[in-house]
Design a protein around this ligand. Sequence first.
Ligand code: SAM
Length: 376
Amino acid sequence: MSFSAYKEVVEEGDTIMLYLGFDNMHTFIVKRGIVFQTRYGALKHSDLIGVQYGSRVHLAKGYLYVLYPTPEFWTCNLPHRTQILYTTDISMITLQLELRPGSVVVESGTGSGSLSHAILRTIAPSGHLHTFEFHEQRAELAAEEFKTHGVAENVTVTHRDVCEAGFQLDHVADAVFLDLPKPWLAIASAKQALKLSGGRICSFSPCIEQVQRTCETLTQHSFHELKTMECLLRNYDVRTIALPLADLGPSDVIEKGKIQPGLGDGCAKPAQQDAITADLCKVESLDDENKNDQRPYNISHVDKDEDIGRSENCDTSNRPAKKMRTGQEKSVFVRRHDFDLIGRSDGKNFSFKSANPTLQMPGHTGFLTFASLYPS
Ligand SMILES: C[S@@+](CC[C@H](N)C(=O)[O-])C[C@H]1O[C@@H](n2cnc3c(N)ncnc32)[C@H](O)[C@@H]1O
């Protein structure tokens, strides 16, 4: 198996990913005779051999998925020997270093190999990664992992202090990446490693003082186009929000500008009405760009079990509203112009999909400084 290619079926010796949930993933090498315990029951490795990647595997109390390993999964699950780079920074690094199949890259330090795996996938099948690590055991473990993951042919792991002894490479690299406490000490050697036709360099540092010294040294060594950036990921939770529904009167057509909460039975109490009106107006303001359009909002009756997601994808503009099944709880979709789904109502609540930033956001990891070396 190889992290840089794909295959259909699990074999003994493969590194696989087990997906039990978005925050519950595991990785291991498949070996006959071993049993892996999960919260859904025991999983015999031998039962995985011959299973198609992507399959659902049933256990005594539930199921899990067997997935083919990718650098992204590896970053989420690898054994941490150091701090590592995560996918948000990695994606910017591979883009800004202009990596592609066939690129030759120099990296230090190797650390836990999180970035190395992503580089190796990007430069496969013909590129090469020269990675340097001054901690002997980390260098050895990384080399072993590269072998197990089928990418050893494309990588050379060297145990060396690059700040003391340099990379000792002459004009072979398209790009250099530095994740070191004192990156400025490796810049002269990085320049020597870059091709005479020029190349790109990136240095990752958590502190702005490190960035300042790195930029000074890059300028002294005739690097150009210096750019420092911070990549922050903003996650959103998509969830259904239910708000109490205002009574909109006898008609099943809500005309724009004529929302009158509190006219009928079961309506909200006066104190709640302002809030409800404001919320309904918010829904209406989704349509700000079409504010001159006077066509009405339609409420079409649908079966309760019909799914909003599915319904969103089909064009219902020419379809008559569906009839409710008798005996079922009343449930309606609220649409604009017959087809833009804006929410759903069961007569008491109005529910709609909303995306909110998560309360806990990933924060600062480090600054990425990029620069170019022009052809000499
Ligand atoms: C933060 S880790 C790198 C993590 C790596 N980028 C990853 O994504 O897994 C920094 C590594 O640089 C190594 N290192 C520090 N100074 C070094 C030097 N002068 N020469 C070589 N490696 C060095 C450390 O041993 C450590 O493993």
